[in-house]
Design a protein around this ligand. Structure first.
Ligand SMILES: [Ca+2]
Ligand SMILES: [Ca+2]
Length: 207
């Protein structure tokens, strides 16, 4: 875990539920599927729903022993980008919750929208402050491969003229996945229409 990630946690968890001291939780945990279709996010939380793009994320929250973590609150879940600082999350009270507390098998789902901005190639799942890791010995992060983009292109939690400048430059000179809001591989008027429909949106809980 990088220092940046640790600092991200510190900031984000100020708004989250109490952190478990049991670091084995995320080591034994996993989620499915491994790949989702493109996801458009908006700081206002009115982007694509996970259950509209191939989801929901189905999470199994298990101890490293394999025992289920039963009754973990829905608000103890959190998502971040695959790469540090790629997606803006903090400054909001909650970016996303699970749909329910974990059941008797440690299972729950994440179906809704992710209130955030920025661009990344995937995401990581966190429960009770710990990132879901690969299978034991747990030396890497589990990554859900999903192209994520947002009209909040500079990830400052508001869609404004700063983002318009970035989008216009990308449209003209350097189209790419971060300016492709509908995930069709092109940056065109369809993406501008999405941008326009989210212009002015911000995170209502931003500092
Ligand atoms: Ca912005
Ligand atoms: Ca597009």
């Amino acid at each position: 875990m990088t220092r940046t990630t640790i600092l991200l946690f510190v900031g984000c968890l100020l708004f989250a539920s109490p952190v478990s001291a049991d670091h084995s939780v995320a080591c034994g945990s996993y989620f499915t599927p491994a790949v989702l279709n493109h996801l458009m996010i908006c700081p206002q939380g009115d982007g694509d729903r996970f259950d509209e793009v191939g989801g929901p994320i189905v999470s199994a929250n298990l101890e490293i022993s394999g025992d289920p973590v039963v009754g973990m609150p829905a608000t103890d879940y959190w998502l971040i980008g695959e790469h540090d600082d790629a997606i803006a999350l903090c400054g909001s009270y909650r970016t996303i919750d699970a749909d329910a507390a974990t059941d008797a098998n440690g299972m729950t789902t994440i179906s809704g929208t992710w209130a955030a901005g920025g661009c990344d190639t995937g995401l990581r799942v966190i429960a009770q402050g710990m990132i879901f890791m690969t299978d034991p010995p747990c030396e890497g992060f589990r990554v859900l491969n999903v192209p994520v983009s947002s009209p909040d292109m500079n990830a400052d939690r508001v869609v404004d003229t700063g983002d318009l400048s970035i989008f216009a430059a990308a449209y003209r000179d350097a189209p790419g996945p971060c300016s492709d809001f509908n995930g069709d591989g092109q940056t065109d008027l369809g993406d501008f229409a999405i941008f326009a429909s989210h212009f002015g949106h911000s995170n209502p809980f931003a500092n």
